[in-house]
Design a protein around this ligand. Structure first.
Ligand SMILES: NC(=O)c1ccc[n+]([C@@H]2O[C@H](COP(=O)([O-])OP(=O)(O)OC[C@H]3O[C@@H](n4cnc5c(N)ncnc54)[C@H](O)[C@@H]3O)[C@@H](O)[C@H]2O)c1
Length: 429
């Protein structure tokens, strides 16, 4: 197929490299589009094959011309989250299918635009929920759908972002809800999608709380960093700050962001302790599913380690899954976990708990990305997907509705009923 990529920042590299390195015999990148001319040119240098005229490049304002001139079959959307809906709808209207980075979008009005355009045009969007494809998470799906622990009644799910990964959401566009929906949408879309998929159900009611307790000026004062500047590049206390991001020290960050910032003022290294940050770093939600199961969910963005812990209670027993991705951050440096840091324990009622062997795979996101890319770019070459891992606009929508409802609950202090929320906006999923 002929592919156009919109948004040539960090994440587009995964799609680009997959097409160029693994699926060049089946697909071709015909065009690139970005609002930033520097990043656009950098991306084009890599995509252009020796001996060809190179790849066509378009600034954001010329997206419609891109479609008219290059006639792509599929548009890959890898822009900041708040822009996904606009590009999806324009691609649909032009007769293209879409591969969209998560989250599908960030709020109800944009979701309605996507759902209505999909119904009108019949085009398809694949939302790239790579977490579904990690072998360890697929094993949980297999256990639950086989009825191993009976009917799932209650879930406890905790996700820990450490002080390197977690901090990164407070440095750039993610730090404002109008760009990302906050972490309950931007990040939790993965986690709520896993819950929907594991439980084979959808959320109905959400009661949530959220606060920013760590990435704020008071923490800078506690750490003796009160004289910090607006960004790391010219911060007077950078040398004593463990949260410093030195864009010039990393070739990829320098090329992608530092050398591009004069074009649009997109600074990748804003101070994580800024007063004007608008998203929470500590979030909890209680969720009731259509299946009757309930879940407690916690996300923190300043944990001493990174990973997840989840326990499923069922009528026949319990599954506990724990994945330590990073053991800890010491002096700003992460200690990555070894291979044995994933455990899944099956405890059937009346039996002793059993440690299950957890399947592993190579590649980014716990081996999930290469498997997902195979299903996207060469589905015929893969085994039939008996776990139903491919995600369309419906799965994409349900994965953000828990977070959108949680945001509404944080604002109102009340429980939010999702079907009523959708009805009030005329959204039919
Ligand atoms: N699935 C995952 O694990 C994963 C990981 C990282 C990022 N993502 C997603 O990928 C997307 C991109 O994230 P990123 O980290 O690459 O961000 P980024 O800021 O590095 O890149 C975004 C790019 O979009 C461009 N852009 C901004 N406005 C634009 C416009 N109007 N039109 C076209 N391009 C525009 C920017 O110039 C930039 O090059 C986000 O939606 C994010 O949630 C997913």
């Amino acid at each position: 197929m002929k592919i156009a990529i919109v948004g040539c920042g960090s994440r587009h590299q995964m799609f680009r490299d997959a097409v160029l390195e693994d699926y060049a015999d089946r697909h071709e990148i015909v065009a690139l589009c970005d609002s930033n001319p520097h990043r656009l040119n950098e991306a084009a240098k890599i995509v252009s094959q020796p001996g060809t005229n190179g790849v066509a490049t378009y600034l954001a304002a010329d997206f419609d011309r891109l479609i008219a001139e290059q006639k792509p079959d599929t548009v890959v959307v890898a822009t900041p989250d708040f822009l996904h809906a606009d590009y999806i709808v324009r691609a649909f209207e032009a007769g293209c299918d879409v591969i969209c980075e998560k989250p599908l979008t960030i709020d109800l009005s944009r979701l309605k635009m996507i759902v209505d355009a999909q119904a009108r045009t019949g085009r398809q969007v694949k939302v790239t929920f790579n977490y579904r494809y990690s072998p360890a998470r697929t094993q949980i799906k297999e256990l639950i759908s086989a009825g191993t622990i009976g009917t799932i009644t209650a879930v406890d799910f905790r996700w820990h972002l450490d002080r390197v990964h977690g901090a990164d959401y407070f440095r750039r566009w993610h730090r404002q809800k109008e760009n990302s929906g906050g972490l309950l949408v931007h990040k939790s879309t993965h986690h709520f999608d896993l819950l929907n998929w594991w439980l084979a159900s959808v959320p109905q009611e959400v009661l949530a709380s959220g606060r920013r307790v760590f990435y704020r000026p008071e923490t800078a004062v506690e750490m003796g960093l009160q004289d910090h500047g607006p960004r790391c590049a010219d911060c007077p206390v950078a040398s004593s700050c463990l949260f410093r991001l030195d864009l010039a020290a990393d070739e990829n960050l320098k090329r992608l962001y530092r050398e591009a910032e004069h074009e649009d003022g997109y600074y990748r290294d804003l101070c994580v302790f800024d007063a004007e940050i608008g998203i929470e770093d500590t979030m909890q939600a209680h969720i009731r599913y259509a299946s009757g199961a309930t879940a407690n969910y916690t996300l923190t963005a300043y944990s001493p380690w990174e990973g997840l812990e989840i326990t499923f209670q069922g009528t026949k027993g319990e599954i506990t899954h724990r994945h330590v991705e990073v053991h800890g951050v010491f002096g700003g440096v992460r200690a990555h976990a070894d291979e044995d840091a994933i455990t899944t324990t099956l405890h059937l009622a009346g039996e002793a708990p059993r440690q299950l062997e957890v399947p592993k795979a190579e590649g980014s996101h716990g081996g999930a990305d290469p498997v997902m890319l195979g299903y996207i770019f060469n589905p015929e070459g893969m085994e039939p997907d008996r776990y139903g891992r491919a995600s369309d606009h419906v799965a994409g929508a349900w994965s953000i509705l828990t977070g959108i409802a949680a945001n509404a609950s944080i604002e109102s202090g009340s429980l939010v009923h999702i079907p009523s929320m959708l009805n009030a906006r005329g959204i039919r999923i």
